[in-house]
Design a protein around this ligand. Sequence first.
Ligand SMILES: [Zn+2]
Length: 326
Amino acid sequence: MADKVSYKELGLVNTKEMFTKAMKGGYAVPAYNFNNMEQLQAILTGCAESSSPVILQVSSGARKYANQTLLRYMAMGGVQMVRAMGSNIPIALHLDHGDSFELAKSCIDTGFSSVMIDKSGVPFDENVKVTKQVVEYAREHDVSVEAELGVLAGIEDDVKHEASHYTRPEEVEEFVKRTGVDSLAISIGTSHGAYKFKVKPGEQPPPLRFDILEEVEKRIPGFPIVLHGSSSVMPEFVDMINKFGGQLKDTAGVSEDQLRRAARSAVCKVNIDSDGRLAVTAVIRKCFGEDPKNFDPRGYLGPAREALKKVIIHKNEKVLGSAGKG
Ligand SMILES: [Zn+2]
């Protein structure tokens, strides 16, 4: 068991002030997932260079892949790196899709500044009960808590649902009141992974259900809303992957126009993971295709990291509006 440590000692912040500012400013804070050093460097330097607040996310898959203790120290090193660059952007370390009180507690005890407890797949009262338990523990440590109502389709590491069901606006008020949660992820048509919608080539994916979002906003005015599964599945990277031997067919994401509209609303946090995965994979494939003799990982991880950094800056500047707000 790792020693107990507060995120405050690590130079991290919780998401409360980030969301208050995002709500007032009509933008959304980006939440990017990381599993390794290159992703962490790209996310943090991209956010520092565009002066954006940032939420670093660790999923259960990341914990299995890279080890929770190592990830925590990496985040801590990341904060130091950013400060050495002369940047003071706020950085939160967030547990993505925590599935139990015990896991949320262990993250709070080891330096996370924010946790998600995702009980969206169980009945409402059970969701309320576990979320409330996490909120009570998090309060003692000034850690922020995100919960979810409604189910997103798609696959993200261990989180997998065949079908989605939209958030029921009539449930949100009671849920927020009974749990005391700080932010709420809702399901309005976004989806996890690179295959978000079943569309035929040339067809547009269905628009997000802004009517549900508006109904939610009416019932809990000024309350921070979170969108998961919000990658655009950027075609330039899908094309690059396929050009260099990959086989990604019929991919589809959420259009950047839709995300821009969401970011101006009560949506304060937007989760983007797949676009980063695609950028890294595309550039690595291109490097292998163009220079088959290279066997130095820096020769392909370096350019992949640079491409990911450009994606981060693009999202912050052109989609979420968070650039310049850090
Ligand atoms: Zn998610």
